[in-house]
Ligand binder design. Structure first.
Ligand SMILES: [Zn+2]
Length: 287
């Protein structure tokens, strides 16, 4: 809800449109009914999206075309390594072990391709997040060559995001700071594929008592649609936009009217994350 409310307000307060995409790349892992419950939740909160809903499960041809393009240019390679092979490399990165480059120069004899990886470079990817400021990551050393097509025959989320953000004409990506460390990978793919890099704004993430992101995976309670106004006011307070009492008493529509009028990016708090900022941040503040 924090990411949904923050992105909705940022779009609406700037006269933009708010696109809805269902990131269901991995159909077996998408619980039946979960997409319906997203629609019900957005409707319960009177959040209306603009345009058609895009389902990543229906976009595999576009992802394949992007992968084929990179393959034709020698920018990706087949990898035979298992998760265990890579874990044994002992190189800790920002997002799991750094791939040690075992298959960069070809598959080891007698091994079959499991996944496709993209070559990374030893140069920093930099971007200025609209809230978090200037961010920098060295993909080769901090992440390693990352997977674009998984051993279980599913396209990787980063490739899908880069392709879809461009296809949908997304100008601003507003999402949770749990994806901050992923952004340089997506920017790198945009550059390789000749796609425009959108502006990024990473919102703080709500954590449970154990310091983990509140989500279905951490068994958080579902959003209670009978208390939509109370929840919306809570989310606005979390985002440092506390609504006046009289607005809260007027219900969901009044809260949205107030919030769209009063939304200010400079009120948003910096990263709240259990593990600290996942991406290196300069002390320098953005213009
Ligand atoms: Zn490998």
């Amino acid at each position: 809800m924090v990411a949904a409310v923050g992105s909705y307000l940022d779009a609406k307060s700037h006269g933009g449109s708010w696109a809805l995409r269902i990131d269901d790349l991995d159909p077996p892992r998408v619980a039946s009914g979960s997409v319906d419950s997203i629609f019900r939740c957005l409707e319960g909160f009177q959040m209306v999206w603009d345009g058609e809903v895009v389902y990543q499960s229906g976009r595999t041809q576009a992802y394949q075309a992007a992968l084929d393009q990179l393959r034709a240019r020698g920018l990706v390679y087949a990898c035979a390594c298992s998760r265990k092979d890579i874990g044994d490399s002992g190189l800790d990165g920002l997002d799991g072990p750094v791939y040690p480059g075992t298959c960069r120069k070809g598959l080891p004899p007698g091994r079959d391709a499991r996944a496709w990886r993209v070559h990374t470079e030893d140069t920093a990817i930099e971007f200025v997040d609209l809230v978090q400021g200037r961010m920098r990551q060295d993909l080769e050393h901090e992440i390693g060559d990352f997977v674009l097509y998984r051993a279980d025959r599913v396209f990787a989320y980063h490739l899908a995001c880069a392709v879809d953000d461009s296809a949908q004409g997304v100008t601003h990506v507003v999402r949770g700071a749990d994806l901050l460390a992923s952004t340089p990978r997506q920017i790198y793919l945009q550059r390789l594929l000749g796609l425009r890099t959108p502006d990024y704004l990473h919102l703080p993430v709500a954590l449970n008592a154990a310091g983990k992101k509140l989500s279905k995976q951490t068994l958080a309670d579902p959003v209670d649609l009978d208390r939509a106004a109370v929840t919306l006011a809570d989310v606005l307070r979390f985002l440092k936009h506390p609504p006046p009492d009289e607005v809260c008493a007027d219900g969901v529509s009044a809260l949205w009217r107030w919030a769209v009028e009063n939304w200010r990016r400079d009120r948003l708090p910096g990263v709240v994350s259990a593990d600290g900022p996942a991406t290196q941040k300069d002390s320098e503040t953005p213009p």
